[in-house]
Design a binder for this molecule. Structure first.
Ligand SMILES: [Zn+2]
Ligand SMILES: [Zn+2]
Length: 350
């Protein structure tokens, strides 16, 4: 079968390779991969900016049907429409595993970086990490369950977002637009912020429920934010919670200026390099700054409830669908930011 592999560390070394079709061992299943999203992380891996263990098949945002069952697998059947948590292996005993955060385990290996991922027609996954897809979702929509689970972790488990809180989201890419929908579902009031060149994405954000749209280039952005959030207190208030979803160099500094005193900043995007910021603002404004890494079993269950109920729409974030042989074009499109979410179909369907 053809599989998109990272063959060596450093920039590049990405190739479509012909490798034997894998078969599941005990406790595993083989999936027929119907859709796999290109993530910012995949671009960072392509560019040598994110750790992985080559040679490895990329792809961690996937869904498909069960193709073959390994020994000892019960409760699943061939043909089931499924997706899987990204963490493939973890110790199960450390403080993070016991706290329900196996993605933080020192022994963690994840699909599409630590072990083989989904840019291939077949993929081996642990049956223990499988979830049924909501009946209402097609495969193209459902491969976004993984980024959505990262977002539900950031919003609920890390951000502790409460109904009625005032939220600013930086970056109207796929993660920002998912964060917007989850924060709205949680009862927050949301202002979405992007660059003027993001106009199409910002418009989609408005369709998906943003209370207001603002431009990061505007020098009076903090005042505009207060106006849109309905902040009436004197002084220089700001958002209760800022989700920084862009990973753009200047965005963290902007987040520091947009959070209210004692507000929370949740860093969701990856910068891929060190970035300078005025960190004194963390002290002067009594801020809480937290990062949110990957997802957890709880956040997957939340994500699937939100798509199953229709409260979150992932399908309208997908701008392009490519067959696997056109992966180079697909990655270039993802890197160009001209589309939104780019999905690859190793096995075509719907
Ligand atoms: Zn991802
Ligand atoms: Zn562990």
């Amino acid at each position: 079968m053809n599989a998109l592999m990272k063959l060596a560390a450093g920039p590049g070394h990405l190739e479509l390779c012909d490798i034997p079709e894998p078969h599941p061992g005990p406790g595993q299943v083989s999936l027929e991969i119907r859709a796999v999203g290109i993530c910012g992380t995949d671009l960072h891996i392509r560019d040598g900016e994110y750790p992985c263990r080559p040679p490895v098949i990329l792809g961690h945002e996937f869904c498909g049907t069960i193709h073959e069952l390994g020994d000892d697998v019960t409760g699943w059947a061939i043909g089931d429409r499924v997706t899987s948590i990204t963490t493939a292996m973890y110790c199960g005993a450390c403080r993070y595993c016991r706290a329900g955060q196996p993605a933080l385990c020192a022994s963690r290996l994840s699909y599409g970086g630590g072990v083989h991922g989904a840019f291939a027609p077949r993929m081996i996954v642990q049956a223990s990490g499988l979830y049924h897809l909501p009946a209402r979702q097609d495969f193209i929509a459902a491969c976004l369950t993984e980024p959505l689970a990262c977002v539900t972790k950031a919003v609920f488990e890390v951000g502790q977002l409460q109904a009625g809180e005032r939220v600013a989201i930086l970056g109207p890419g796929a993660i920002g637009l998912l964060t917007l929908q989850v924060a709205r579902a949680a009862g927050a009031r949301v202002t979405l912020i992007g660059l003027r060149s993001d106009a199409a994405r910002l418009n989609l954000g408005q369709t998906l429920g943003a209370d207001a749209i603002l431009y990061a280039e505007d020098p009076d952005l903090p005042d505009q934010l207060n106006a849109t959030l309905g902040v009436s207190e004197p002084g220089a208030p700001g958002a209760d919670v800022v989700f920084e979803c862009s990973g753009a160099g200047a965005a963290f500094g902007l987040a520091l200026r947009l959070a209210r005193k004692q507000g929370r900043i949740i860093q969701v995007g990856l910068f891929g390099k060190p970035v300078p910021s005025d960190l004194d603002l963390i002290v002067l404004r009594d801020l809480t700054v937290r990062g949110s890494f990957a997802s957890s079993p709880t956040s997957w269950e939340r994500a699937l409830r939100l798509t199953g109920s229709g409260q979150v729409d992932t399908r309208s974030l997908v701008s392009d669908v490519f067959p696997l042989q056109d992966w180079e074009q697909a990655f270039a499109r993802a890197a160009s930011r001209s589309g939104l979410k780019i999905v690859v179909q190793p096995v075509p369907s719907n």
